[in-house]
Write a new protein. Structure first.
Length: 259
C-alpha cells in the first residue's frame, strides 16, 4: 500500500499547479444502469487462480459531484458501483481457498462481491460551453467478500457441502480524467471518463464513453440522459490477500441532474 500512497501523492502534486476553479457552485447527481458481460478469475493468499464462468448481470451506479469556485481546492465526486458476480466452474486443478481444498473435477459456485466506492478529487483544467476537461485522482475503496461453495449430497443423502467465505477491503488510487465536447445547437455531447492504474502486477482501468442529451436546460436545473459503453478491468495484486483478474464490460444508460 505504500507504493499506492506514493503514487497518489505524486499525482496530486503534479495536478495542483494547473488547477482552475469553477466560477459557480454546482451539484451533480446521477444514476446509471449497466448491463455487464463478466469473466475472470481470482485466488486467495497467492494460491493458484481458478477461472470462473460468471453470469451476465445488470448493475447500478450512483454518484454525486460538487464543483465550487475555491482556487486550488479540488472538486469532489463520490460514486458507488454494484459489482456482485455470480458464477461457477469445474475445478481444472486442485483449488485452495481460505484453507480448504476443492478437488479437481468438482463443480463449485461463487458469489464474488467486488462492489466499491470511488472517491474522486479533480480540477477543471478547461471548461467552456463546448469543451470541458477534468484531471485528478480517484481512490477506489473495496469492502466486499468472496464465497466459494460446493453443494451436494452423497449417495446416502448425507450433506457433503463445503463453503468458504473471505472478507477483504483495501484502497487503490488511480489517475482520473474526464473530457466532454458539446455539439452546438443540438443538446448533444460526447464524453469520456476513466480511471487508470498500472503498478507492478496490478492493473486497474474503469472507463466509460458515450453520448448525452440535455432534456432540460435552465437557470434552476439541468437534466440530461446518457448512454454508452463501460469497461472495467480489475487486476488486483494481493489486496488484503485477494488477487483478481476480472473483466466486466457492456452498455450503460443513465440520467444526470445538475443544480
Amino acid at each position: 500500500m505504500k507504493k499506492y500512497c506514493l503514487a497518489a501523492a505524486l499525482s496530486m502534486a503534479c495536478l495542483a499547479p494547473a488547477a482552475q476553479a469553477d466560477t459557480l457552485l454546482g451539484l451533480y447527481v446521477g444514476v446509471d444502469g449497466w448491463k455487464s458481460d463478466n469473466d475472470g478469475q481470482f485466488s486467495y493468499k497467492d494460491k493458484q487462480s481458478q477461472n470462473f464462468y460468471f453470469e451476465d448481470e445488470t448493475f447500478v451506479s450512483y454518484y454525486a459531484a460538487l464543483e465550487h469556485p475555491v482556487p486550488l481546492v479540488p472538486n469532489i465526486k463520490l460514486k458507488y458501483t454494484e459489482l456482485e458476480l455470480n458464477g461457477d466452474a469445474v475445478i481444472d486443478d486442485t483449488f485452495s481457498f481460505n484453507g480448504s481444498n476443492f478437488a479437481k473435477g468438482r463443480k463449485v459456485n461463487t458469489v464474488s462481491d467486488l462492489s466499491h466506492t470511488d472517491y474522486i478529487f479533480y480540477y477543471e483544467i478547461f471548461d467552456n460551453d463546448l469543451i470541458s476537461i477534468d484531471l485528478g485522482l480517484n481512490v477506489k475503496q473495496f469492502d466486499g467478500e468472496i464465497t466459494v461453495e460446493y453443494d451436494k449430497y452423497d449417495k446416502d443423502e448425507r450433506d457433503v457441502s463445503q463453503t468458504e467465505t473471505v472478507d477483504f477491503s483495501g484502497f487503490v488510487p488511480l489517475a482520473y480524467g474526464r473530457a466532454e465536447a458539446g455539439l452546438p445547437f443540438t443538446g448533444l455531447s460526447v464524453f469520456f471518463e476513466g480511471s487508470f492504474l498500472a503498478i507492478d502486477d496490478s492493473k486497474v482501468q474503469d472507463y466509460q464513453v458515450g453520448v448525452a442529451y440535455e432534456l432540460i436546460d435552465n437557470l434552476a436545473v439541468d437534466v440530461a440522459i446518457k448512454a454508452g459503453y463501460r469497461s472495467m478491468i480489475l487486476e488486483l495484486d494481493d489486496v488484503d490477500d485477494i488477487t483478481t483478474d476480472i473483466d466486466a464490460s457492456g452498455p450503460f444508460a443513465g440520467i444526470q441532474v445538475h443544480f
